[in-house]
Design a protein around this ligand. Structure first.
Ligand SMILES: Cc1cc2nc3c(=O)[nH]c(=O)nc-3n(C[C@H](O)[C@H](O)[C@H](O)COP(=O)(O)OP(=O)(O)OC[C@H]3O[C@@H](n4cnc5c(N)ncnc54)[C@H](O)[C@@H]3O)c2cc1C
Length: 405
């Protein structure tokens, strides 16, 4: 049996930031990661708030110097061809007004290597196969089928789509969001704008809002693109993922032009039913962070932001507890995280029911409202100065009502 202060399941961004945060304060941290890195995971467009979390964890330097594509904002494309740019620098005064487009295989490896360099013990190709909640004992199995047991003061499940503890402890709950599917791929090149928006993510609405496409340009000239739609819409075509992707692109004017001379450089991937929720994010000896807790939807690229936010918040509270403060994880962790998640939830729901698109594509020039929206789309979802943070759905509804009048 090996003893440690914190045992982390999964070496993605959420696990890496938690590991780096604790290990820098002298605590012993063990990370078990099922796969060998670098490994592919979807989620390549970051928000400016990520820089803040990484800076606070003393992890920004390796990311800043990696040569990732500079992301200054988002371009939303209406089905009629209109393009609305959102520039992250026009926020409510928050420090970070830009971000990066990252190949996650490289980004995630930089973060976990940084955590390891700071002192965390990281075991790759090592899977968590059992958890004894009463004794707080974790069992792992490595690539040679060696079994190891750990007793930790605290366990953090940052296993992303693995959702290890939600499955083992029966914590999974249906998401409030509709079942959706994404179909995606990378291409060798695409026709990019020749101005400062060349590194922006493009979010292109398709048809009558039945689907949307993303375009994420990387600094090496390759590009990630994909389509997201309801499961029913996807099935209604009765096509293989490759053919479905081709069909949507061919029937979208802007996308068709953008990829006219692009060649695919990897296999088309697909993932369905990605929205997930849990009954609880905290237990006596464990916490869930990142995608292992709640995942909403890719439309506003909020996944890595929330993964870093929760990994860091969990780490700070765990250290508070280790240092003698009585921590109420339900309130200080779960309720806190849900406040930010619910801001994004209101934006996601209003994107799909069309209200947010009415706002984004309207000609309303109210500067404060625009900055408030930019601030949310930058990931600053806990900044109480923002009316959309204080009352997310109510503010959206009111604004739409005013616009319609
Ligand atoms: C279609 C789509 C597009 C997306 N686009 C974006 C985007 O543009 N921007 C964005 O920010 N987010 C995006 N996301 C969300 C993003 O993928 C996730 O939010 C993010 O990867 C979560 O990070 P994480 O650290 O929680 O988990 P992950 O990055 O998934 O890392 C978890 C790690 O745990 C490991 N693991 C799993 N099971 C075990 C086990 N039993 N034992 C040990 N290790 C284990 C896995 O191997 C993995 O490496 C998108 C999601 C989807 C579905």
């Amino acid at each position: 049996m090996i003893e440690c202060d914190l045992f982390i399941i999964g070496g993605g961004p959420s696990g890496a930031i938690a590991a780096a945060t604790l290990t820098q304060r002298g605590y012993s941290v063990v990370v078990a990661e099922k796969l060998e890195f670098p490994r592919f995971v979807i989620g390549e467009s970051l928000l400016p708030a990520c820089n803040q979390f990484l800076e606070d964890a003393n992890m920004l330097d390796p990311i800043d110097s990696a040569g990732f594509e500079f992301k200054g904002g988002v371009i939303f494309t209406h089905p009629d061809g209109r393009e609305v740019p959102i520039h992250f620098c026009n926020n409510l005064g928050q420090k970070w007004g830009s971000s990066y487009q990252v190949k996650r295989e490289q980004f995630d490896q930089l973060l976990i290597e940084d955590a390891r360099n700071k002192g965390a013990t990281v075991h790759f190709k090592t899977e968590v196969i059992e958890y004894d909640e009463i004794e707080n004992i974790i069992t792992t199995k490595d690539e040679n089928a060696n079994i190891q047991k750990y007793r930790a003061r605290k366990v953090l499940d940052a296993s992303g789509y693995g959702r290890v503890l939600p499955k083992m402890l029966n914590l999974e709950e249906p998401s409030t969001l509709q079942m959706r599917r994404a179909v995606f791929c990378r291409v060798d090149s695409d026709k990019r704008p020749e101005d400062e928006t060349s590194g922006y993510i493009f979010v292109m609405v398709h048809g009558q809002n039945e689907a949307w496409l993303w375009n994420i340009p990387f600094s090496d000239g390759t590009t990630s693109y994909g389509v997201v739609c309801s499961e029913e819409y996807y099935r209604s075509f009765n096509l293989e993922p490759e053919a479905f992707l081709d069909h949507i692109v061919a029937n979208h004017e802007k996308a068709g032009i953008r990829y006219a001379s692009s060649k695919r450089i990897n296999e088309v991937g697909t993932i369905g039913g990605f929205s997930a929720a849990v009954k609880s994010m905290v237990g006596k000896n464990w916490l869930l962070s990142g995608n292992a807790s709640e995942f909403l939807d890719p439309v506003f690229s909020s996944g890595v932001t929330l993964a870093l936010a929760s990994g860091q918040r969990a780490a700070e509270l765990i250290m508070d507890e280790f240092e003698g403060r009585e921590v109420d994880y339900k309130v200080e962790y779960e309720e806190y995280m849900m406040r930010g998640i619910n801001v994004f939830r209101a934006f996601v729901q209003s994107w799909y029911d069309g209200k947010l698109q009415e706002i984004i594509f309207s000609k309303d020039e109210n500067e404060k409202i625009k900055q408030s929206i930019v601030s949310i789309l930058s990931g600053y979802v806990w900044d109480e100065r923002n009316l959309f943070v204080k009352n997310p759905q109510g503010s959206i509804d009111l604004l739409v009502e005013q616009l319609r009048r």
